[in-house]
Design a binder for this molecule. Structure first.
Ligand SMILES: Nc1ccn([C@@H]2O[C@H](COP(=O)(O)O)[C@@H](O)[C@H]2O)c(=O)n1
Ligand code: CDI
Length: 165
């Protein structure tokens, strides 16, 4: 495509992590007091992982497993917000600017509403974009499925990006 003004792309991201004992619950870069936390190689921040996959997908740059392999010790216990900063830089280096991100966390517990604004702020700061370009929502699954049984938490994200002028 030659006209950069029209080169708008969308991406989708989805991630799931298991809830387990003796782990911190970190969502959107916020540590949330809860009896269980998400298991993973990194801090298992399922929301940030979905956001990164949406951004990488929009730019056709692969996925988080490609950029941050879980076989690499470097990412053991990694702060996913740091990984998101890296993804933001990668997109910038490929000439993209983020237009907006929308996302939803599916968690039966705990109540996430009090933390949503801080999650939005963490994501927008990591990407160096205005907070009003970032939306985070939460839903229960009405006790249905693995999220509803509190066995895990999932997150989905979509984004749009454009070639910077
Ligand atoms: N873990 C959660 C899940 C939901 N919320 C908020 O509650 C509202 C109602 O949830 P439903 O699943 O019944 O639609 C939802 O819109 C969220 O604002 C929450 O805070 N934490
Ligand atoms: C984030 C990475 C980093 O090694 O590890 P995990 O926390 O296991 O998360 P996952 O969503 O399975 O993605 C794979 C990895 O990129």
């Amino acid at each position: 495509m030659t006209n950069n003004n029209n080169d708008i792309r969308v991406g989708i991201g989805y991630d799931v992590h298991k809830l387990t004992e003796n782990r911190k619950l970190i969502l959107g870069g916020v540590e949330i007091k809860y009896e269980k936390g998400l298991d993973g190689h990194s801090d298992a921040d399922v929301l940030i992982h979905a956001v990164m996959d949406a951004l990488l997908g929009a730019a056709a740059l692969g996925d988080i497993g490609k950029h941050f392999p879980d076989s690499d010790k470097e990412y053991k216990g990694a702060d996913s917000i740091d990984l998101l900063k890296h993804v933001g830089e990668l997109l910038k280096n490929h000439g993209y600017a983020v237009i907006n991100i929308d996302s939803v966390i599916a968690a039966q517990e705990p109540k996430l509403a009090p933390f949503i604004e801080l999650m939005r702020s963490n994501i927008s700061s990591a990407l160096n974009i205005d907070t009003d370009r970032v939306s985070v929502k939460a839903t229960t699954t009405e006790r249905l499925g693995f999220e509803g049984r509190c066995e895990g938490i999932s997150a989905q994200a979509v984004c749009s990006i454009k070639k910077a002028q």
